[in-house]
Design a binder for this molecule. Structure first.
Ligand code: SAM
Length: 308
């Protein structure tokens, strides 16, 4: 198995300690440890069915969509996770006789290993790239593993784990004429729906703190969804841990005190309306949407985009 490393484990450990000190944990730390990965997989299994069906159905169109690529199709997946959804596309392209090379890009070593192994089990050549997709430089280096035309994927509302206004611009900057980007987004039904997290989501969000030695009795979890004033139709779900006693977190060989009543910001998640998602892709990031596919239950939309 080949994995190219732009982001090392010791860099991640250092950043994790800094983030604990800043009381603000970004998305990548929620897929880092074995405990986080299994909590995420339990949550995704419960939540994702209709999105799987969309990617499965899109995969049947992948050979046609990439007809202009010729025989070879490089597939680069930003935030690939286990690569389960990506593999529908890889399989369909291989069945159509195309030479597919798969480049999963992720900060999580164990998820990258799973994505590469899964592709190799399907006889697809894979090179994992361990990188930080919130860094424009890492996105560019990851995209440069192959010349255009390339098929870029971003599945599982990965966009919603970042500031979507910044992130979609960074992604669009690496898309060249001839490339295709397929990405999905989680929709929301209205502004006044009270957010009610599942037990699996609570466990997933708490996992990095559990790794640092905390238990659920050490505090309370707060989930608040509110409008992002920058764009109509953008909702941001914030998740926070509120310490109810004086605590010590053990991180990367160090100890970090957290006083009673302090709050730690956990990873946030964005949801979109179909209109705000389309605006981000087109007006904001300069892409052209050539296909838009709502999921059967209306909870997700998936867009196929090219450079405008
Ligand atoms: C919501 S999951 C989606 C995974 C997969 N695409 C799917 O559909 O199941 C987000 C993925 O992005 C990765 N990720 C989060 N932050 C990242 C970062 N800053 N750099 C690279 N990968 C990151 C996580 O490790 C995780 O695999």
């Amino acid at each position: 198995m080949n994995i190219e490393v732009l982001l090392t484990e010791s860099e991640i450990a250092g950043e994790f300690a800094e983030s604990i000190e800043a009381r603000d944990l970004p998305e990548k730390f929620f897929y880092w440890s074995a405990q986080s990965v299994s909590a995420w997989q339990r949550m995704a299994k419960r939540a994702d069915d209709s999105l799987f069906a969309t990617w499965e159905s899109l995969a049947t169109k992948a050979p046609d969509l990439t007809r202009a690529f010729g025989k070879r199709v490089p597939v680069i997946s930003f935030g690939a996770g286990t690569g389960l959804k990506d593999r529908f596309i890889l399989k369909s392209l291989a069945q159509a006789g195309r030479e597919v090379k798969y480049f999963p890009v992720d900060a999580s070593q164990s998820l990258l290993e799973t994505a590469c192994a899964g592709a190799e089990d399907e006889d697809c050549e894979a090179l994992g790239i361990k990188a930080d997709i919130s860094s424009p430089m890492h996105l560019m280096l990851a995209a440069d593993v192959s010349e255009a035309p390339r098929l870029f994927l971003m599945a599982g509302n990965t966009l919603g784990g970042f500031d979507p206004l910044d992130q979609i611009k960074h992604v669009a900057e690496v898309i060249q004429k001839g490339d295709i980007l397929i990405l999905d987004a989680r929709l929301h039904e209205g502004d006044d729906v009270r957010y009610d997290p599942s037990p699996e989501e609570r466990e997933f969000v708490f996992a990095p703190l559990a790794d640092a030695g905390l238990s659920l009795e050490d505090g309370t979890m707060e989930f608040v969804e509110r409008k992002d004033p920058r764009l109509d139709g953008l909702l941001m779900l914030t998740r926070r841990f509120h310490a109810t006693s004086d605590l010590r977190l053990r991180v990367a060989g160090g100890e970090f005190p957290v006083a009673r009543s302090e709050r730690i910001l956990l990873n946030f998640r964005y949801r979109f309306t179909a209109e705000s998602f389309r605006w981000l892709l087109t007006e904001h990031a300069g892409l052209r949407v050539v296909v838009e596919l709502p999921s059967a239950d209306g909870r997700y939309v998936t867009a196929v985009c090219i450079k405008a």
